[in-house]
Design a protein around this ligand. Sequence first.
Ligand code: ATP
Ligand code: MG
Length: 315
Amino acid sequence: MTDEAVELEDLPGVGEATAEKLRDGGYTTLESIAVANKGDLMEKGDLGKKTATKIIQAARNSMDMGYETAKELMKKRENVGRISTGSKEFDDLLGGGVETQSITELYGQFASGKTQVSLQLAVNVQKKKKEGGLERNCLYIDNEKTFRPERIISIAEEQGLDPDEVLDNIHVAQAYSADHQMLLVEEAGELIKEKNIGLIVVDSLTGRFRSEYVGRGTLANRQQQLNRHMHKLQEWSALHNIAIVVTNQVMSNPGLMFGDPTRPIGGNIVGHQSTTRLYLRKSKQDKRIARLVDSPSQPEGEAVFRITSGGITDA
Ligand code: ATP
Ligand code: MG
């Protein structure tokens, strides 16, 4: 939509009464009218064919229908920044690090390194550009109560950064419910601008949703809410050139006879809205393996890295 988005009442020939009828019929937004079926719109709005045609056209004109040239896209892509994971091999797997303007999903079992990688990124986003950072700050939604300032200090020291400053530049919130988690993201606009946020971490994305929406009856509802949540994250990432990192636990899938017996929670919704998906798993001792499962531009592959007392490093 364009900024000067109008209400239904602003459409030609739509008065209060017609607007009311249209809303009752489910046409609550200009967008819904722009893509409406003319016959249905005539019926719901009690309108003649000519008026309905005019209204649909006006709604379409008021909207940016979403096309842009590849050149314009290329220009936006030039602004894409990358945050180093701390491991060269891991960065290479990602084509240079975790990207802004997109959502990166880290999924894997407990202790696979999802939180450790997230904490490292929260520090690294603050580094100089030539050192793998963006010189920007982090907003961290900690739903698992596993954010540890002490850990940030160790990682910052390892990077030669002032730990005090680094701590000041990470804005942490703990969500106490799925609704609160969504609200924290939806209301983040001011903070994003004010604090020069370059990275938003949601650790974990799905935990609250999983525990709160138990039972099959509410599954559709849960997916719908998750979808909305991801959509908002996507919007922030595009609007402010931000990297979004979400973590996701896996659940065992005993019905599956072959292949990996685990799959990420949230299924298709999270998968389709994540631009880059990484499956983390444990290897020997402090080694971890990151598998690039889905990427718009990088080939599938794996990278080995380590979790040390100073953070993420090469293996
Ligand atoms: P969960 O699903 O339970 O949230 P996770 O994937 O987020 O798991 P992490 O917390 O990222 O897992 O990884 C935990 C692992 O990180 C520990 O098992 C340990 O091996 C390693 N680790 C954590 N702190 C340190 C440290 N200070 N020094 C070395 N290794 C550490
Ligand atoms: Mg964790």
